[in-house]
Write a protein that binds this ligand. Structure first.
Ligand code: GLC
Length: 749
């Protein structure tokens, strides 16, 4: 008979051993350990096969974890404006879930147009909460490519033409998202400034243009924003695809900027195993998938960093140093996100998120023109004592805009159209009638997400115009709502615009409406500048954006005066394309090589992009960078500067600003610098500081800037360093890049 005592001693030995095993929680599972300790411990436990499995996708939007060790998969989601609907394992088409609708936030060009970093933080927190709630580890956004041409199909996803504005506006967005335990994926790094030929364009440019114009926003996102991942772009630089590019990824991003996050490829952006191993890529997505390139089913093992890589290691052709580096970065991302037990739980489709979208949208709208004359008062905000019969014209007043545009397309819980917003906000203060005016894109579907609208209208342009004109003659006021619409070549990924003018006969229609009724307001919805041949005939013009779920409310809030417009253009609205360097110098979209495999696009305008180009060539754009009117007016006083640079590093500059109107309003006070004499060509002005201030009617406030000496420097390509040449600098402070209200000169030795 086995003595009871033996069984008992065995049991307690087993329990001791078991508890001993569990008592020694492995470091990688121990939240109390610092991340680097956890990374090293987890790496030491992974097999070669597990490591290789982690550096490439396993499905359309996920990569493998290490199930044996309880290390979770990495799930990514588009996009910069909202959380994409779920897709099937290896499909682009939506999976058809019923609980993956989201809030669509304003496009990032709109966020930039608010010039309000506090709204960027709110934006990042809100969208980050939705990504977290949907259990995503990586949000594939924001995008900060510089708007080099207004034809670029994806300008609406980016933050305009100025590197400083983009950098200042992207950092708080990153902070807001990553506070939720979700990684951003800053994109598309770098030089992806047009969509046409995006997979084959080899960008050629000077180091100065690279460092002064195209990299600063990415550098701000990495160095100040601490982005946890970044996405390589499709195009080439120095003949290497940017998803595996020695210069951009190893030398600059991981070298000069000490980036410790994950470099993710764009989907289908990887072309070579050896370069993918050695040139800075960490995580390969989208290769060989049926959605992007011709590929075999279950092609994930064929990825450049899958079997081919494993084979090279096993054959001794390459070591595992690079593999361990890639896996360490991916583990670091996992410990910052999915294995961070302290991260919040997120939330989805909340009233708070809808309110955030509505607020950001209203603050982004730019009042370009609100002419008043002897014969006519300013038309905005709408005076309901005079305007009792309002006619709304245009397809964009009713068209759903959250569907379409490419990978940033969304499936929203609801979308308030401009017409619905106006009706809701105006109520019985006026009668509102709607006519189509023109037919643009009656469809509305992307990857299986359908807008559900039937916008089909077989009437001819003549019939539509005649109806609009006849109704306009009977109205007190006409609000035309048109522009672009995120369909192909109308602000869309992978399809640049083919004209700077509006399509669908809108220009002629606007002219006809202006002739029919002088009280015409034109609202342009777009993510890019447009030609306005009718501008002298239209008294009031509003630049509206793709504002997402609450678009109609945001616009109505501004038109009726619930919100005083305070947006400023984040790009130059050229009068014509020959005011834009990329077109004036005829370098867009580039020149094909003989083998027709690569197209070289030389950025000959160099650092002179946007207002830098129009300033240099003394060109007067339709509306300048930084322009935006208010329903009130602001007076700027005398600018003053401290006597000397405090500890040689920064200079205090102040200016009083007064709200001289009758309503409260916000003003964006902009500070530009000019290096009066320099050994290299420099722009006439460069934005180096801005502040958005809210002033009550009649209130004066002193706006104070701390100008760093860094902001006076230019990139010296010979010395490969930022250089300040002693001398005099002009400081120009104003309400736009062309509306300078105060200047002063300072010396810096
Ligand atoms: C696309 C886009 C990128 C997006 C990715 C996944 O081609 O360039 O911005 O995040 O693929 O949809």
């Amino acid at each position: 008979m086995i003595k009871v005592r033996n069984i008992a001693s065995c049991l307690c030995a087993i329990s001791f051993a078991t508890s001993a095993v569990y008592a020694q929680t492995p470091a990688y599972l121990d939240d109390n350990q610092d991340i680097e300790t956890r990374v090293a411990d987890a790496l030491s436990r992974l097999t070669l096969e597990e490591k290789v499995a982690m550096v490439h996708a396993q499905s359309k939007f996920s990569s493998a974890g290490a199930p044996r060790l309880g290390i979770p998969e990495v799930w990514c989601t588009d996009g910069p404006h909202g959380i994409r609907p779920e897709v099937l394992w290896d499909e682009w088409e939506q999976a058809g879930w019923t609980n993956d609708s989201c809030v669509a936030y304003p496009a990032l060009t709109a966020l930039a147009a608010s010039w309000d970093p506090s709204l960027s933080l709110l934006y990042g927190q809100s969208i980050g909460e939705e990504a977290r709630y949907r259990n995503k580890s990586v949000l594939l956004g924001p995008g900060v490519n510089i708007c080099r041409t207004p034809l670029n199909g994806r300008s609406f996803e980016y933050m305009g033409e100025d590197p400083y504005l983009s950098g200042q506006m992207v950092v708080p967005y990153i902070n807001g998202v990553q506070q939720q335990g979700v990684a951003v994926c800053l994109k598309h790094y770098a030089l992806n400034n047009n969509e046409v030929n995006r997979h084959t364009t080899n960008v050629i440019l000077s180091d100065r243009a690279l460092y002064e114009i195209y990299l600063p926003a990415f550098k701000a996102g990495v160095v100040e924003g601490k982005a946890w991942s970044i996405m390589g772009s499709y195009n080439l630089y120095k003949d290497q695809h940017c998803c595996h590019n020695q210069y951009l990824l190893n030398d600059i991003l991981k070298g000069e900027w000490a980036f410790d996050g994950v470099v993710v490829s764009d989907w289908g952006g990887v072309h070579d195993t050896d370069q993918a191993i050695h040139n800075g890529l960490d995580l390969e997505f989208g290769s060989w998938t049926n959605g992007l390139t011709n590929g075999t089913s279950n092609a994930y093992d064929n990825y450049f960093l899958a079997h081919p890589y494993l084979q090279m290691i096993k054959e001794g052709k390459v070591g595992t140093k690079e593999l361990d580096e890639k896996v360490s970065r991916i583990l670091r991302l996992i410990f910052r996100t999915a294995m961070n037990r302290n991260r919040p739980f997120g939330s989805m489709n909340s009233e708070a998120h809808q309110a955030a979208a509505r607020k950001i949208g209203a603050e982004s709208i730019v009042l370009l023109k609100n002419a008043s004359s002897k014969k006519q008062n300013a038309l905005l905000p709408i005076d309901f004592n005079k305007m009792k019969k309002i006619l709304v014209v245009g397809e964009n007043a009713i068209k759903m805009m959250t569907v379409g545009g490419g990978s940033s397309s969304l499936k929203v819980q609801h979308e308030v159209s401009p017409l619905d917003g106006l009706k809701a906000v105006i109520g019985n203060k006026a009668s509102i009638k709607y006519v189509r005016g023109y037919v643009g894109d009656p469809t509305g579907e992307y990857n299986g997400v359908k807008s559900g609208q039937d916008l089909k209208d077989d009437r001819s342009a003549e019939e539509l115009t005649s109806e609009a004109v006849n109704e306009a003659k009977k109205a007190d006021m006409v609000i035309f709502i048109g522009g672009l619409n995120k369909s192909d070549h109308q602000d869309c990924e992978d399809a640049d615009r083919e004209s700077y003018n509006l399509s669908y006969g809108q220009d002629d229609l606007i002219e006809a409406l202006a002739a029919a009724n002088k009280n015409l307001v034109v609202v342009n919805i777009s993510g890019n500048a447009i030609a306005m041949p009718w501008i002298d005939k239209v008294p009031t013009v509003v630049q509206d954006w793709y504002l997402g779920s609450e678009a109609g409310y945001s616009l109505a809030d501004v038109l009726v005066g619930n919100v005083n417009p305070s947006g400023k253009l984040p790009y130059t609205n050229y009068a014509s394309l020959n005011q834009c360097g990329a077109h004036a110098l005829n370098t867009y979209p580039g020149t094909w090589r003989e083998d027709h495999k690569v197209i070289d696009e030389e950025y000959k305008e160099d650092i002179f992009v946007g207002y830098r180009y129009t300033d240099k060539n003394n060109l007067k754009p339709l509306f300048p960078f930084g322009h935006g009117l208010s329903y009130t007016t602001f007076k700027y006083g005398k600018a003053t500067a401290a006597k000397s640079w405090s500890n040689g590093k920064s200079l205090k500059v102040e200016i009083p600003v007064t709200n001289t109107g009758k309503v409260d309003g916000a003003e964006v006070v902009q500070l530009y610098i000019q290096d009066v004499k320099c050994s290299v060509a420099r722009p006439i002005k460069e934005l180096k500081a801005f502040k958005k201030i809210m002033l009550k009617a009649g209130e004066t406030a002193t706006v104070s800037f701390e100008l760093s000496e860094e902001s006076l420097k230019y990139y010296n390509a010979d010395k490969k360093e930022w250089t300040l040449e002693p001398g005099t600098f002009n400081i120009m402070i104003g309400s736009s890049s062309s509306d300078i209200r105060a200047t002063l000169s300072v010396d810096h030795e």
